[in-house]
Design a protein around this ligand. Structure first.
Ligand code: IUR
Length: 469
């Protein structure tokens, strides 16, 4: 017991726990009535959540009070800190200080950036201990995509991670059970109490997991649009600003990009399909939007870690790794270090390899044709995601199996000219393609006669004090 703790009892039996003079009902009341919780009060709350002392009703009530009243920057920083220290915090050799970097994306359709970014950064000499998610939703998460590679192991211990980082420079792994245990408890309760969409709670959930990786620099890809968590650029900007502040306050140099997710990233959506497109990108033959995003995110990390004299130079360093074979070589090394047979890894990464000799391929493909000629004004990311999900590329419940081989391959992107009767998307499916899905995907493309001007996907940068358009 700490010196000034009065007593602690098991609150699940109904007693009020009083520690440091706090008790849970009075903290809930304070937040309910619009008060600001102090750092000590938030630490008290999280400590007892993790100990299992907080009753379900109390936890739900506190989360609802936080949701309704909001959390200010100071409360968000305190919550982030308390959550970070609720479990293990990864430790790295001191020689790596300054060079440990990672990225977080709020998730999007066709978002395979991590698969390209981690090896490209490792090829530039930084360390990337990427702890990633499986993702609940229409399309699989980064781990699901990687698991479509035969043998790829995402369950590494901390010692395994250390070895892979020492030898290769990057790894992409799942969260170990004791990394930010408070988040698991809070997240599960947020899910069933309609308290998920709270900026302070989202921020502390995301940033605490990144701070627990003991990073020096972090870049966030905050997406907005039809296929994103944030509908509007303004929502994304608010979330990004809060996350950048919380990251910096936690001692991790943090910046964010605001990126458009109205249409899918790249041409391929689906697990094995996205691995294939990532391999193309690592060979310097990736889609322009994906390559640009990798350069922007990676360049910002290199500059933040003082590995480049300027941002421009940092962008070109990342680009170079995609063209000189060093990024794809790191990807092969990472696969081998994470369980993939060396021959398989080398075959997948060979120039002009047919990667679908190794990656799973769906039983059938169906091509959809343009009904009119013109210019592509829109490809609805949400419709693409829903169809991919229904084909089996994603999951709706944790633990559900996914199909690695299904998904969509687009033949066009926004702004492209298209002729009537030409294929605009190929659906990769197992069994018959249900008519409802055929109709849904048919409605995802918007072709108009006039030329469509395009902008890149990166529409803003948020740093601690400056927000650039
Ligand atoms: N991802 C997280 O890690 N935390 C959250 O709260 C959300 C997404 I929403």
């Amino acid at each position: 017991m700490r010196p000034n703790e009065k007593f602690e009892q098991n609150g699940r039996n109904g007693e009020h726990i009083i520690t440091n003079g706090f008790c849970m009902p009075s903290l809930i009341m304070k937040k309910r009535d619009g008060g600001k919780l102090s750092r000590h009060e938030i630490e008290y709350f999280i400590r007892h959540v993790v100990k299992g002392n907080v009753q379900d009703g109390q936890l739900g009530a506190m989360l609802m009070a936080m949701f309704i009243r909001g959390l200010d920057d100071a409360e968000t920083a305190s919550l982030t800190r308390a959550m970070t220290h609720s479990g293990d915090v990864l430790k790295w050799p001191k020689e790596w200080k300054g060079s440990i970097v990672d990225k977080h994306s709020t998730g999007g359709v066709g978002d395979k950036v991590s698969l390209v970014l981690a090896p490209a950064l490792a090829a530039c000499g930084v360390k990337v201990p990427m702890v990633s998610g499986r993702g609940l939703g229409h399309t699989g998460g980064t781990l699901d995509k990687l698991e479509s590679i035969p043998g790829f192991n995402v369950s590494l211990s901390h010692d395994d991670m250390l070895k892979v980082l020492e030898d290769v420079g990057c790894c992409i792994v799942g969260q170990t059970s004791n990394l930010v245990p408070a988040d698991k408890i809070l997240y599960a309760t947020r899910d069933v109490t309609s308290t998920t969409e709270c900026i302070g709670l989202i921020t502390s959930s995301i940033i605490s997991k990144k701070v627990a990786e003991s990073l020096d620099s972090l870049v966030l890809d905050v997406k907005f649009g039809q296929g994103a968590f944030s509908d509007t650029e303004e929502m994304a900007r608010q979330l990004a600003t809060r996350m950048v502040k919380a990251g910096n306050r936690s001692g991790v140099k943090t910046e964010a990009l605001l990126t458009d997710m109205n249409s899918p990233l790249g041409y391929m959506i689906g697990n094995a399909l996205e691995v294939a497109e990532s391999i193309d990108c690592l060979h310097g033959k990736g889609p322009k939007d994906l390559t640009e995003l990798v350069k922007q995110l990676g360049g910002r990390l290199l500059a933040s870690a003082n590995k480049a004299p300027s941002l421009e130079k940092a962008f070109s360093m990342i680009d170079k790794t995609l063209h000189d074979g060093t990024a794809i070589a790191k990807f092969a090394d990472m696969m081998k270090a994470q369980g993939v047979n060396a021959d398989v890894a080398d075959k997948l990464c060979a120039k002009d390899a047919d990667v679908f000799e190794i990656l799973p391929k769906s039983e059938h493909t169906t091509e959809l044709k343009a009904k009119t000629s013109g210019y592509v004004h829109g490809i609805d990311a949400m419709k693409c995601a829903v169809v991919s999900g229904k084909l089996g590329a994603g999951r709706t419940k944790a633990g559900e199996a996914i199909s690695p081989d299904v998904g969509l391959t687009l033949s066009v992107q926004i702004g492209d000219k298209i002729e009537e009767g030409s294929t605009w998307v190929t659906v990769h499916h197992n069994g018959e393609l249900p008519i409802v899905l055929f109709e849904k995907i048919s409605g995802a493309i918007d072709i108009k006669p006039d030329i469509k001007q395009t902008t890149g996907k990166v529409l803003g940068v948020i740093t601690e004090n400056i927000s650039e358009q």
